[in-house]
Ligand binder design. Structure first.
Ligand SMILES: Nc1ncnc2c1ncn2[C@@H]1O[C@H](COP(=O)(O)OP(=O)(O)OP(=O)(O)O)[C@@H](O)[C@H]1O
Ligand SMILES: [Mg+2]
Length: 334
């Protein structure tokens, strides 16, 4: 995933809401030969967790399930209230003893043998081809679950499929009723074109998956030269350039200037990693913004949505609005 270290903001959270909000994106991530069933328990108890982290858990489990279904099959996401005698969580003042929220992701895919199952939560353990998996997905999930005093269980059989169960302690509604004001769910896009320039392949791949999942058209470049080639070759609009500030060859700001000289309509979103990277505040404006790594899929989507409001009305009116900004008109004229 994007990163294993992050500042977390636990709030009282309805996991059903996160599953619903990410549902559209998840459907786009999986192919048509995979049936997606979402079964949500009504009146699901709340948990205390960071919404971005729960998004990451769901996304990692679903992408793994998808990868285990190369020939298609069934993928199920389910939530349930459960009671357990054995309280494994660290009971806190706000938790309800013995009550947990279960988030389960099941697939009818390839499954795993016993030996594989003993290693899956180790960082960098992967059975995927070089360049396909980094082996950090489940390690990240494990870290998040532990951090939230929860538990994760896996059941799998070769040739039959796998099930991942995440249990998180339920919290008292009265104690924590605040849902994050910042968290407003996954954004919708209508094929906005995003040029992604990022030299780290795992991050680049994941950003592409996420943005494609949201409905963006994604162009990818692994270095500045490739990004410039795409910029020069493309006649139609590039709505946004998402670039690392520091890249081999030329820095992100120089790349942004070049792209904007070719495509004046292009907005720029810089990704910064280290506190050392430096962007002058006066370089940022309505068309140029900044997102700090690590960021979650939702944060990235919402940030881009905010920068590109013109193409689509509110997300609830997805598809109903004509393209109305100047850039879009130029595109239709091209
Ligand atoms: N649903 C699943 N079905 C079968 N095997 C799985 C499933 N989920 C995980 N695995 C196995 O566990 C390994 C580790 O998973 P993990 O998500 O940590 O890494 P990855 O998917 O290989 O790479 P990354 O998530 O970093 O892109 C996978 O390579 C795969 O062998
Ligand atoms: Mg994975």
């Amino acid at each position: 995933m994007f990163s294993r270290q992050q500042i977390i903001q636990p709030v009282a959270l309805d996991i059903n809401q996160i599953v619903s909000n990410t549902g559209k994106m998840l459907r786009r991530l999986i192919k048509e030969n995979i049936g997606l069933d979402v079964i949500l328990e009504p009146n699901l108890d709340l948990v205390s967790a960071d919404p971005g982290q729960i998004e990451q858990v769901i996304l990692n489990l679903v992408v793994n399930a998808r990868d285990a279904l190369p020939k298609g099959g069934k993928l199920t996401i389910q939530t349930r209230n459960v009671r357990m005698e054995n309280d494994f969580g660290q009971a806190g003042a706000s938790t309800l003893p013995g009550r947990f929220v279960l988030l389960e992701v099941t697939d009818t895919g390839t499954g795993m043998d016993q030996e594989t199952q003993t290693h899956i939560f180790e960082p960098f353990f992967t059975t995927k081809a070089v360049g396909k998996g980094t082996g950090l997905g489940l390690a990240t999930v494990y870290g998040i679950v532990k951090q939230n005093n929860g538990r994760i269980e896996v059941k799998s059989m070769v040739g039959r499929g796998s099930s991942f169960k995440v249990y998180l302690p339920a919290v008292k509604h009265a104690v924590l009723t605040r849902t994050s004001a910042k968290y407003t769910g996954s954004p919708n896009f209508s094929e906005e074109t995003i040029l992604v320039a990022e030299d780290a392949k795992p991050l680049r791949d994941l950003i592409c998956e996420v943005l494609s999942g949201y409905g963006c058209t994604v162009l990818t470049a692994c270095n500045v030269e490739e990004a410039l080639q795409i910029g020069r070759g493309r006649k139609a609009t590039i709505d946004l350039l998402l670039t690392d500030v520091v890249m081999p060859g030329m820095n992100g700001t120089a790349l942004a200037n070049e792209i904007r000289s070719l495509h004046p309509e292009t907005k720029v979103l810089y990704m910064t990693g280290h506190s050392g990277t430096f962007i002058r505040a006066d370089m940022l404006n309505q068309d140029v913004s900044l997102i700090r790594k690590p960021f979650t899929p939702g944060e990235l989507g919402r940030k881009i949505r905010k920068m590109l409001p013109g193409k689509l009305g509110e997300s609830s009116r997805a598809g109903a609005c004509p393209k109305e900004n100047a850039a879009a008109q130029r595109e239709s004229g091209a």
